[in-house]
Design a protein around this ligand. Structure first.
Ligand code: GBH
Length: 501
């Protein structure tokens, strides 16, 4: 167990309480970041667009998954979501008013190719993304575009088993090529995949996300991960050979990582924490930076882990202009023989995730989601880890944020007064600025999320937005205190603690 006081002393870091005190004197401000540092907000297509059968969009695996009862806690789905498809102008307007530099969206693959096969482009889909990209640029907001944020065209799942079939690499490549060709004159920052780990583990091991497979947990997650990596590498090679010179953009991939801190000084706990990081980041970044999966994964998984050919290794090498990092929370890790968690991926890690300091105090304040605790020092550690382990690549924090519980009985003004979210961002941003001072090449931070939206298996029960969406009153948008905090922060000086904070 980790003793809190010792931990902060040994790590030369401020605890939440110390940070609070510090905040009373001088707050985090815009000038703590380099002038060209990018501040953005993020969403993803399935979570916000809605219009599921408009504009020629084909069905995706999340349409099918959400319509099976029991898969989403409140029985909801993204059919309408928060209707960004029809309200993008209003949303862009809000982003501009608040003063963000960038907006990270994702493209719905089945809006571009309704059956995923890449034979016939759906022009209405192209028009929609042209419209949103153009309105962003008109307002001086830089689009950051993710190609795949979990919404695989359903037809590819039904006919090819989706990510389990190597053929998917070909279809993803055609799709990526089409996006670069149509939008690349204006989009300069691309992200191929969002959190391939979650697709592999939740989609093909524990089955809590679409396509909900859990039949062959000992092999399928590793295959799904493998094909995602190959799809990424192929898309990047297309960008490099056909578009990079002319368009001059950059392509990254977004990985997710909870920081893993050893639960004691025991060597086996330290090894377990390192292993935990290898299973998250190493799974995707080691093949790109070192040509193969981490040694510990090869040892633990044996023949269940697919192998790369020499040619594939070549394609993967140097396939990232930047690392996108989604980071929300941190755990203490201790070594155990048998993982208490469901899922082959967790069993293979022989570790237990712990959320308490010695003495029983929580690792950080709990948000609404079961898995989310506010632990600002974790983001500094994970950023420094990436810098050290992967030769200091440019990093964008492509998601970071926390959620409130939906509460139908709370009055609107209470839901808009999201004090804890303001504290979360102040502390996490302070930790990001420390990581930059430590030497990590962090280029930007995107708050998750612009709006309350469809939170996957949690439906609409969790609210991650800087902007409240009134689901009962015509999906109207209402900026929360955190949105106004950001806007003062951008103007400089006014991020300082004021009486209203
Ligand atoms: C991101 O995933 C997603 O990219 C984004 O779409 C999403 O809205 C956002 O986070 C907020 O969740 O219930 O214990 O099985 C973050 C990684 C993956 C963390 C799923 C929580 C479920 C944990 N998330 N995971 S559990």
């Amino acid at each position: 167990m980790v003793k809190k006081e010792d931990f902060f002393f040994n790590n030369n870091a401020l605890s939440a309480e110390q940070q609070e005190e510090e905040n009373d004197h001088g707050d985090i401000s815009r000038s703590d970041f380099p002038p060209n540092f990018v501040f953005g907000v993020a969403t993803s297509a399935y979570q916000v667009e809605g219009a599921c059968d408009e504009g020629g969009r084909g069905p995706c695996i999340w349409d099918a998954f959400t319509h099976i009862s029991g898969n989403v806690i409140d029985g909801s789905n993204g059919d309408i979501a928060v209707d960004q498809y029809h309200r993008y102008k209003e949303d862009v307007e809000l982003i501009a008013k608040l003063g963000f530099d960038a907006y990270r969206i994702s493209i719905s693959w089945s809006r571009i190719f309704p059956d995923g096969l890449g034979t016939k482009v759906n022009e209405e889909g192209i028009t929609y993304y042209n419209n949103i990209i153009n309105s962003l640029l008109e307002k001086g907001i830089e689009p950051y575009v993710t190609l795949y944020h979990w919404d695989l065209p359903l037809h590819l799942h039904e006919t090819l088993d989706g990510w389990l079939n190597k053929e998917i690499v070909k279809y993803f490549s055609i799709y990526a090529d089409t996006c670069f060709a149509n939008f690349g004159d204006r989009v300069k920052n691309w992200i191929t995949l969002n959190e391939p780990l979650q697709t592999a583990v939740n989609g093909y091991d524990v089955g809590t996300f679409a396509p909900g497979r859990k039949e062959k947990p000992e092999t399928e997650p590793y295959l799904a991960a493998h094909h995602q990596l190959l799809a990424h590498a192929s898309a990047v090679s297309i960008y490099k050979s056909k578009y990079k010179e002319k368009q001059g953009g950059k392509v990254g991939m977004t990985v997710d990582c909870e920081w893993a801190e050893a639960n004691s000084d025991k060597i086996e706990d330290k090894i377990a924490a390192a292993r935990r990081i290898d299973f998250q980041l190493g799974w995707y970044l080691d093949p790109i930076y070192y040509g193969d999966y981490p040694k510990v994964m090869r040892e633990k998984l044996g023949h269940r882990l697919p192998k790369f050919t020499e040619e594939e290794k070549e394609l993967l090498t140097n396939s990232l202009d930047f690392v996108g990092l989604n980071h929300y929370t941190t755990r203490f890790i201790s070594h155990v023989k048998e993982s208490p968690e469901e899922g082959d991926f967790y069993k293979a890690q022989t570790m237990e995730r712990i959320v308490e300091w010695e003495g029983g105090e929580l690792i950080g304040e709990k948000a609404a989601s079961e898995w989310l605790y506010m632990v600002p020092w974790g983001i500094r550690k994970v950023l420094n880890y990436i810098a050290r382990r992967y030769n200091n690549p440019p990093i964008y924090v492509t998601e970071n944020g926390m959620d409130d519980e939906e509460n139908e009985t709370s009055p609107l003004h209470e839901m808009l007064d999201d004090k804890l979210r303001v504290v979360y961002f102040k502390r996490y941003l302070a930790a990001v600025s420390q990581a930059i001072k430590d030497g990590a090449d962090v280029r930007g931070h995107f708050a998750w999320s612009l709006l309350d939206n469809f939170e996957w298996a949690q439906g609409y029960t969790k609210r991650f937005g800087l902007i409240y969406v009134d689901y009962k009153n015509g999906l109207t948008r209402h900026p929360k205190s955190s949105a106004y905090w950001f806007s003062r922060f951008f103007k400089g000086g006014e991020g300082k603690k004021s009486k209203s904070d």
